[in-house]
Ligand binder design. Structure first.
Ligand SMILES: C[S@@+](CC[C@H](N)C(=O)[O-])C[C@H]1O[C@@H](n2cnc3c(N)ncnc32)[C@H](O)[C@@H]1O
Length: 197
């Protein structure tokens, strides 16, 4: 692992650890229940969730709207954060289905685990892991979801290889992310500052 990779991962963990602990301090990303509603999540569904689930939501679209999640399916959420998508997916797959939420930031996984307990949702397993190195068997997922995560991964080809390894043949990837416009000028990028400031 290069120095840069180590530094990026440390910066990501620090940033999202803070977003888990003190979401109201976030000034750069759209965050929380209002952002979720603006992105197309069902307002009544969001309002019915406790703040612990919604306040640290930092997704970039409603990934669950990109395809139908069915009863009995297995869903893997790569970079699940505080678990909003996982917990909504857990209700859709029902008691015979399963969701696995993966995140490398301890504070996020702990927050998600507490919320699941509070909501008495027991069909989600939480995995503290980098998505480039998943401790999951091959072909276990009917659907992989990922919301605003790959842009933060230093090794995107490896993250994608792992994604397709855990996805069953014929399974579906529902992901959304932010990316740098190829026409963006370096001076404009510099003006936007660093994502981890
Ligand atoms: C922008 S947040 C999105 C969280 C969640 N998907 C949501 O919609 O609220 C990015 C999340 O990805 C996690 N993350 C970033 N890089 C990761 C990696 N390489 N492996 C695992 N998790 C990662 C961060 O810890 C953070 O919780």
């Amino acid at each position: 692992m290069t120095e840069t990779t180590t530094e990026v991962r440390a910066a990501v963990r620090k940033r999202f650890g803070m977003i888990a602990a003190a979401p109201n301090d976030e000034r750069k990303f759209p965050i929380g229940p209002d952002s979720a509603k603006a992105l197309g999540y069902d307002a009544a569904e969001i309002d019915a969730l406790p703040p612990s689930v919604t306040e640290s939501f930092v997704g970039v679209t409603n990934v669950l709207s990109l395809g139908e999640i069915l009863a009995c399916q297995t869903v893997v959420d790569l970079g699940c954060g505080a678990g909003l998508d996982c917990l909504l997916a857990a209700r859709r797959v029902g008691p015979s289905g399963k969701v696995i939420g993966v995140d490398m930031t301890t504070e996020m996984i702990e927050k998600a685990r507490r919320s699941a307990r509070e909501l008495e949702i027991s069909n989600v397993n939480w995995l503290l892991s980098e998505i480039e190195d998943l401790m999951l068997a091959d072909a276990i997922a009917d659907v992989v979801i990922s919301n605003g995560v790959f842009n933060l991964c230093p090794d995107k080809p490896r993250a994608l290889t792992e994604t397709y390894r855990v996805l069953r043949p014929g399974g579906r990837l529902q992901m959304a992310d932010v990316f740098l416009d190829e026409n963006a000028r370096p001076e404009d990028v510099a003006l936007m500052g660093d994502w981890c400031e």
